[in-house]
Write a protein that binds this ligand. Structure first.
Ligand SMILES: Cc1cc2nc3c(=O)[nH]c(=O)nc-3n(C[C@H](O)[C@H](O)[C@H](O)COP(=O)(O)OP(=O)(O)OC[C@H]3O[C@@H](n4cnc5c(N)ncnc54)[C@H](O)[C@@H]3O)c2cc1C
Length: 458
């Protein structure tokens, strides 16, 4: 359905690109604006500092991207990014328990963030109605005199000393990331700011790329160790395009992964999985270690605002930025893109209150992944927040599930389907699953660093 008109998107990272894809079906012209120089090659860039960190595209995210860009994951795997069965090709150490592997339909793709963004950008740039304006900073919004409707943007080309230019738009989408200026702009226009939830987690990331070797991960594609209370350290490592392996280590608070080779290997040796330290000790590094600190998960409740201008909505990390260890951000952005696509196809762009409808429905999309991320983080005494009875019950239950999943692949599958945002968190409480959790897990052992090698290869 073509409504004509112009839509403008602030930010051409994954969120903005996916929003533009959705908008391109109904708007005659879609303009994507980013302050960065957008590299011709797949490379990191300043506006997306996390692009140097390992990114996992969840199975749901891969499905949604393939729906938005038919054949994308096939194209990427043909170009050397491996498809990975998340249940069968990965060693999962959850709370120290090694999950029993089994073939599944949970297929992820081993790909670096710059390579994925580059491929998606190429697909979006090839859409006939989309224009990409790089090196262009959005400095504010323009509105009707009564400020009830956003009519466009003020922009300043990078390095320009002159006055701001204006871009007219029928709809503006803010996909400017967690540093989004929308709360400030709303206030300047006389609207209330959204309520903001911040869950302080203080996570430190360190990612380094190595040359892949056939013996890494015992011949599988990767390994994951989740942080546990008392040892809030974790790791994800896996194969990627160009015969590379990415290793990401995380710590919380003052427990920062060290950049020195020997100390980094020792840090990894404190984890339940021996496979991570093996890559660090024996692998050939291709990059220097890249660090990043992530202070807090942040959710902005635009859906609760009684007043919000027409012709404007907020998308992606600007709405909600999750603790990255759960790998949810890109997948949630893809789910929001599908939501926007559905609303626009139903004629929502021609009706008032598009933002209200979108923010409400996006909030329901966010509820599940937010509950997973924040609920799990509340296991750590370092994290502030209300530990309701429900949160404590779910965390104790999921711990038992991990124990039983050492010998019951149906439980591993149930857990991974929720983690990959295929099923809602409530699916873990289905009667059959509950029974297996309660009855299973006898004799399961925790893989401590000393025994991990034996357990993992057994
Ligand atoms: C350490 C780390 C690891 C992560 N790992 C994963 C993972 O494993 N899996 C996953 O799915 N997600 C992960 N994420 C989250 C993921 O990176 C984001 O969810 C994803 O990039 C979508 O964000 P976005 O496009 O909404 O915002 P961003 O990626 O932050 O992009 C915002 C864009 O807007 C531009 N911009 C901002 N303001 C302006 C302005 N005023 N004018 C012009 N341009 C502007 C910026 O240049 C940038 O390009 C991780 C995040 C971090 C921090």
């Amino acid at each position: 359905m073509d409504t004509g008109g112009t839509a403008v998107v602030i930010g051409a990272s994954m969120g903005g690109l996916l929003a533009a894809r959705a908008l391109s079906e109904t708007f005659a012209r879609v303009v994507l604006i980013d302050r960065d120089v957008l590299p011709a090659e797949a490379s990191e860039r300043r506006g997306v500092p996390q692009s140097r960190q390992l990114h996992v595209l969840l199975a749901r995210g891969r499905q949604e991207l393939d729906d938005l860009f038919p054949g994308l994951s096939g194209e990427l795997s043909g170009a050397g990014a491996p498809l990975i069965d998340l249940h069968d090709d990965v060693h999962w150490f959850n709370d120290g328990y090694l999950m029993q592997r089994a073939p599944s339909s949970l297929i992820a793709i081993g790909i670096s963030r710059p390579r994925l963004e580059h491929a998606v950008r190429a697909r979006v740039a090839a859409l006939p109605r989309v224009e990409l304006h790089a090196s262009c900073e959005v400095t504010g919004l323009t509105t009707t005199p009564d400020r009830s409707r956003v009519t466009g943007l003020r922009v300043r080309p990078r390095g320009s000393e002159g006055p701001d230019e204006r871009i007219e738009a029928d709809l503006v989408v803010d996909a400017g990331g967690r540093g989004s200026r929308t709360p400030v702009w709303l206030e300047e226009l006389g609207y209330p700011r959204p309520a903001e939830e911040n869950v302080r987690i203080d996570v430190h990331y360190l990612t380094r790329i190595y040359q892949a070797e056939p013996q890494f991960f015992g011949g599988l594609s990767g390994v994951l160790v989740n942080p546990v209370p008392g040892t809030p350290r974790g790791a994800v490592a896996g194969v990627q395009e160009n015969g590379q392996v990415a290793v990401a280590l995380t710590g919380m608070g003052r427990d920062e992964p060290p950049a020195d080779d020997e100390e980094l290997a020792r840090f990894a040796e404190t984890l339940a999985a021996p496979q991570v330290a093996e890559v660090i000790r024996t692998g050939t590094p291709i990059t220097e270690p890249a660090r990043m600190r992530y202070p807090a998960s942040t959710r902005r409740h635009y859906e609760q605002l009684a007043r919000f201008p027409e012709g404007y909505l907020v998308f992606g990390d600007a709405l909600c930025s999750f603790n990255p260890v759960y790998g949810q951000g890109m997948t949630v952005a893809a789910m929001e893109a599908q939501l926007l696509r559905r609303l626009l196809a139903g004629g929502a762009a021609r009706r008032p209150k598009l933002a209200e409808t979108f923010h409400r429905a996006a909030s329901r999309i966010i509820d599940g992944p937010w509950a997973i991320a924040v609920g799990t983080d509340l296991r750590f005494p370092e994290v502030n927040g209300r530990r309701t009875l429900k949160v404590r019950f779910v965390n104790a239950y999921v711990h038992r599930l991990h124990r039983a999943a050492t010998s019951d692949p149906a439980l591993g599958s149930a857990f991974l389907r929720v983690l990959n945002l295929i099923d809602p968190p409530t699916a873990l409480l289905a009667p059959r699953t509950l029974l297996r959790v309660l009855l299973g897990g006898r004799g399961a052992t925790v893989s401590t660093p000393a025994t991990a090698g034996i357990v993992a290869s057994g």
